[in-house]
Structure formats: C-alpha cells, structure tokens
Design a protein around this ligand. Structure first.
Ligand SMILES: [Zn+2]
Length: 438
C-alpha cells in the first residue's frame, strides 16, 4: 500500500470510531451493517449519501453542536444552500499540515483573498501567510482590491506588494475584467501565484488569466461539504486529491456499487477526522463526473480530470452500459472563446462591468430518440438572431462538430457506426436557453 493510502486508512479507522461515538446517523448504519474497517475497500460498506439526504438528516449527521468558528454555505445549485459548520480545531489541523510543509509562512508573501458572502471569511488565525480579505461582489470591493494590488505595503517586517491572489474562479474573473476595464496593466501589480478554486478552467480563461497576471496558476477542485481538495498537477495537468480526503469513482448512474478504475465515473468523496469534526460525510455524491487516469502521472498518484456536472452532461445507456457522449467541459472549451454565445449574467456580473463580459454561456444538451438511432443535440444561445448571419452559423457548426468529434472518442465511434447523429442548433434571444455553470 502506498503512503497516501496508508494515511487514509489510519484516518478512516479513526473517523469510523469518532462517528460511532458522535453521529447518531452513522451510529445506526455502523450497528445495522456491523461495519469494521480493516482496509480502504471497507468504505464501500457505507451507503452513498446524496445532497438531499444530507439536508434532510443534517441534525443527526452533525457530531459537535458547539458554536462554530465559521459557517460556509454551499452554492444553491440544487435546492437550498446547505450550511457547513467548521470548528476552530478543524481549521487549525489543516494549518498545522500546511506549516509542516512551509515552516516560514511570512516567506510566502502578502496574500489577497477574495471572499464572497456565501463562503464566509475564515479568519486570519489560520492563514499560512499575511492576508487581506476583500469581497468583490460589488464595485467598492473591486476598487479596494485594485488599490491593494497596485500599492506597496509596509507592516513591521513585511514590506512589499501582494504576491499571492486567491479566490473562486468567478471572483478572479470579475476582478480581472474590472482591472482590464480600468486600464491596469501587468506592470502595475506583482502577483506571482494565482490560487483558483475552479472545477474547470477552460483554455480560453487560462490564457486570459496567464496573460494578465503573468502568474503561476494553482488550480484546485473541491466542494464546500467536504474538507480536503484536489490540486492540479504541474507534471500531468490532472487533479490529485489531498491525503485527508478519500475520492472514489463509481459508475455513472449509481445503479450498482461498481468502482471505475480507469475511465469516466461519478465522484464520491469521504471526509476524515480530525480534518473535519462537525459534519463528516462518507461516500458523498458530488454529482460531478470525472475521468480517472490511474497511472499517467510520474508521481504514481492517480490523476482525475473534471468533466462537468452529471446532470448537464449527455449520457447514453445501451446494452453495454452507460456512456458519456458529451461533457460540459468539452462544450465549454469550444464556447468560452466564442464572442457569439449569449451569457446569462445573473449572479455573475457587477453592474458597472461591460455587458456580456461575465456569466454562464447559454446552451443545452439533449438526446432525441429517432427510429433506428439517437440524435445528440447541442443547442446554442446566440447574441443575435441566427438568420441574420447564415455564413457564420455554417462556420460555427463545422468547427464545433470537428472539435467535439476530436475530443470525444465515444461520440466519434457512435457517429461512425451510425448509432448516433450529432446536430448543432442555434437560437437568438427568441428562445431562452439556460446558462450552464461548471
Ligand atoms: Zn500529476
């Protein structure tokens, strides 16, 4: 067993003991299924838990009812946002790990952390480096961030410019657009590291951010409900998960309890004690699809690639099982750099930023069943009536089909053997298409 799995197994044994003592919900499951942890595979003895089940059973799931240090809310893409309580001990445990790797935190440089009202401010006590916090969901916050980034700071032995910028991809995009629209150039700031929490960063945005910030991008994936994240690897470009969270990939429609050891599956995450102490979830269904590359990275750690939310991807079930024939990531790679696509700006754009500069691209993916084959239909929302620019429509159709066939071997094969057709449709503002997030 490798080092990471060893850490996970020890933590899992502790976690199950802790849950037995403190969580009425898990105590019932451990008793009724007589669960004892001897290997990581024993985790599969626990049932998969969904977001809806967590919301319904929240009181019984929680272990500590003490006053929390921080309450973070999940983004309410499905139903009500879920409150996640974090204790000071959990936050300090993570800090200890960071400090064991980076002992001199001041050497990290000044940090600007972009925070939103939903995810809370975690408090400077647990930061690894001296940190400013700014809420950039409004114009004043964006202006404040601009001042902080373009000025030299002097605080006792800390002298210099902000070198680390951390935030959700949306907040980073918003700040970047604000700075670009104000004529700020890369010479006006000294940011060297850009910490982005993004489930998926398209090439278009990666280039735009790299050009403006001239910084190294540290991309992470995580969900609010679970402590522990995945970090994009500089070697293989895939995500590797922290040792204090257990990722599992299971078959797409969750029907059978089958692991995916190579290829596409649905991601389950398990939190571990003491990194989480209030809300611990085992085999939590993130609702996200990932592709697993078990041996691709020279570090020997399995790599994961994010494909999109399962409910937004196009899945096709036939005799051989469930296949993912189009992913949100593949569509986003194509449409993100396309100025023709309409953006749903609600919750994204701040009033003063340019129209259509920030938002969810409007598109939908559907399967239509015909007589002898199915049709994979991509609908794109445009900023103009499609009948005004027929040549442009022809051009986009051709390029997009080529891109999707190159990106997706399953789709290509199904089109070749005539099991599936691919069709691209266009709509102007006469049909409202949903904005799709990643
Ligand atoms: Zn790697």
């Amino acid at each position: 067993m490798n080092v990471v799995d060893n850490i996970r197994l020890m933590a899992l044994e502790k976690t199950v003991d802790y849950l037995y003592e403190n969580s009425p919900y898990y105590q019932r499951i451990i008793n009724s299924r007589k669960i004892k942890i001897c290997s990581l595979d024993n985790l599969s003895l626990f049932p998969i838990i969904t977001r809806e089940e967590v919301t319904t059973n929240l009181a019984e799931l929680r272990c500590k009812r003490s006053f929390p240090e921080l309450v973070q809310y999940t983004t309410g893409t499905t139903g009500q946002p879920l409150p996640v309580y974090r204790t000071m001990n959990e936050l300090l445990t993570i800090k200890e790990i960071v400090e064991s790797v980076v002992p001199d935190s001041k050497a990290l440089g000044l940090t600007l952390r972009l925070v939103g009202p939903q995810h809370g401010i975690q408090g400077s006590a647990i930061e690894g480096s001296p940190t400013f916090y700014v809420d950039v969901s409004h114009r004043n916050g964006l202006e404040y961030a601009k001042e902080l980034l373009t000025a030299e700071h002097r605080y006792e032995d800390i002298v210099g410019y902000i070198e680390i910028l951390i935030g959700s991809l949306n907040d980073i995009k918003r700040l970047t657009i604000h700075l670009l629209s104000k004529g700020v150039s890369p010479e006006n700031h000294k940011v060297r590291w850009l910490g982005v929490s993004a489930s998926y960063l398209t090439q278009y945005w990666r280039h735009l951010l790299t050009d403006f910030w001239r910084a190294k991008i540290l991309n992470t994936y995580g969900v609010t409900e679970i402590t522990g994240r995945a970090h994009e690897c500089f070697i293989c470009g895939r995500f590797h998960f922290d040792p204090y969270v257990i990722p599992e990939l299971v078959n797409i429609n969750l029907e059978k309890n089958q692991y995916v050891e190579n290829g596409i599956g649905r991601l389950l995450l398990s939190s571990l004690y003491p990194f989480s102490a209030d809300l611990l979830l085992l085999r939590y269904d993130t609702g996200d699809l990932f592709e697993l590359y078990p041996t691709e990275c020279s570090t020997g750690i399995p790599g994961f690639s994010f494909l999109g939310r399962a409910k937004h991807c196009l899945l096709l079930t036939n005799n051989e099982g469930c296949h993912c024939i189009l992913t949100v990531a593949q569509i986003r790679e194509f449409v993100d750099g396309l100025p023709d696509i309409a953006l749903e700006t609600r919750g994204y754009r701040v009033e003063h930023l340019p129209e259509q500069s920030l938002g969810r691209p409007c598109f939908s993916l559907n399967l239509e069943k015909g007589k002898d084959r199915v049709k994979a239909v991509v609908e794109l929302g445009l900023r103009y009536p499609p009948y005004l620019y027929p040549k442009r429509i022809e051009e986009i159709t051709k390029c997009m089909k080529k891109h999707l066939m190159e990106q997706n071997a399953t789709l290509k094969e199904m089109v070749m053997i005539k099991e599936c057709d691919l069709e691209i449709r266009f709509f102007g503002s006469d049909k409202v298409l949903p904005g799709v997030d990643l």
